[in-house]
Design a protein around this ligand. Structure first.
Ligand SMILES: Cc1cc2nc3c(=O)[nH]c(=O)nc-3n(C[C@H](O)[C@H](O)[C@H](O)COP(=O)(O)O)c2cc1C
Length: 363
């Protein structure tokens, strides 16, 4: 991956996906320590580190990503019909900040192509990856809720979990679907669609949130997901941010898109703590945003995450990062007197809450 970084950001992304697709990287021989083993909605996970959505948008590289040592793989975002996304250039590396700005805008092969790929993978004899499918809506859809419902119908039978993504900043109006009324309608329909599935009716449904929400928005969301009819099984905290605070190089301030990587780390951890507190630790959280070491991951578990995903750091550090994070995390678990990662979850949640009363993005 470091060599791949010499190319423009999108070309290197595509090449990295191809490298995983054709399994160019040797499969990791790292043996996950028993203290990393955990449960994932009734399934056994060898380790709680996953690849976040947006790397393998079209489910081309699931096996190759599993080879790198990820405990689970999230593909997507997938839209109902294929769409190209925004004009290029639309991905930018902010090397000084170990960050990325992207405004891909849901470039997707569409439901049918991705479903076919995933179904083919599942048929392979030794396929044992845990795969989540991240669902979106088409840019010009007149029926946004129906787009997600269609995603549940299509991928419910083949996914290990589904993600309702209403938090990407690059599709106009998408993040408005996090508002109380719209979210209630969306999640009611999604739950209804799941209950009608013939197989895998209990596929877990997770909601992915924006780090730019205020505490009042978060509290509204918790009210929605507490209701049985609009409940979710878990949360993903967080997507990319539109904030440009704390950047070294001011030239990126005006670049449109979602920012990920190091500048997002503290806000993401803070928001995990906020959601953990608001839900009394009862809703599993996948923590994501700026994790580039075992220690970063450990902080997310302490704040209240049960699982962690990475993306941007992989671009900067390369595929061996997965082993490094697992090794460091495993050692930290033991050093801090825990027997297993599960017992770290939420142990220091209050420490990560915003220190100031404002509780918005930390300035
Ligand atoms: C290039 C790029 C594309 C992304 N595409 C998606 C996407 O399609 N759907 C989604 O839910 N998140 C997407 N994300 C957000 C990531 O899944 C993750 O939430 C975010 O990058 C924070 O994690 P990180 O700091 O480890 O990268 C994307 C991120 C990047 C960098």
């Amino acid at each position: 991956m470091p060599a791949v970084r010499l190319l423009p950001a999108e070309a290197s992304h595509n090449l990295a996906v191809m490298a995983c697709k054709y399994r160019v990287y040797p499969a990791s021989q790292y043996q996950d320590d028993i203290n990393l083993n955990t449960q994932f909605f009734g399934r056994l996970l060898s380790n709680p580190i996953g690849i976040a959505a947006g790397f393998d948008k079209n489910a081309e590289a699931v096996d190759g990503l599993k080879d790198l040592g990820f405990g689970f793989v999230e593909v997507g975002t997938v839209t109902p019909t294929a769409q190209e996304g925004n004009p290029k250039p639309r991905v930018f590396r902010l090397s000084e900040d170990k960050a990325i700005i992207n405004r891909y805008g849901f470039n997707s092969d569409g439901h049918e192509a991705v479903l076919q790929r995933l179904s083919e993978s599942r048929k392979k004899e030794n396929f044992n990856a845990i795969v989540g499918v991240n669902l979106g809506r088409n840019r010009n859809t007149m029926t946004p809720v129906a787009d997600y419902v269609q995603g549940v119908r299509m991928f419910g039978p083949v996914a290990d979990y589904l993600v309702i993504n209403v938090s990407s900043p690059n599709t106009k109006g998408l993040r408005d679907m996090q508002s109380k009324e719209k979210l209630t309608e969306l999640l009611e329909q999604v739950n209804e669609a799941r209950s009608r599935l013939e197989s895998n009716r209990n596929v877990p449904i997770l909601l992915k949130l924006s780090p730019d929400l205020e505490i009042s928005d978060m509290s509204d969301i918790v009210d929605v997901i507490k209701r049985n009819k609009s409940r979710v099984d878990g949360l993903i905290v967080a997507n990319t941010t539109v904030s440009r605070d704390n950047l070294h190089d001011a030239k990126w301030t005006a670049e449109a898109g979602g920012l990920s990587g190091e500048p997002l780390r503290a806000r993401s951890t803070e928001m995990i703590a906020q959601m953990y507190q608001l839900t009394n630790g009862k809703v599993p959280i996948i923590g994501v945003g700026g994790v580039s070491s075992g220690y970063d991951a450990y902080q997310k578990f302490e704040a209240g995450a049960s699982y962690v995903q990475i993306y941007t750091a992989l671009v900067y550090e390369g595929p061996y990062l997965v082993e490094q994070i697992k090794d460091e995390l495993s050692k930290l678990i033991t050093q801090r007197g825990h027997s297993n990662i599960q017992s770290v979850v939420g142990t220091n949640s209050k420490f990560y809450l915003p220190k100031k009363k404002t509780q918005g993005f930390r300035n």
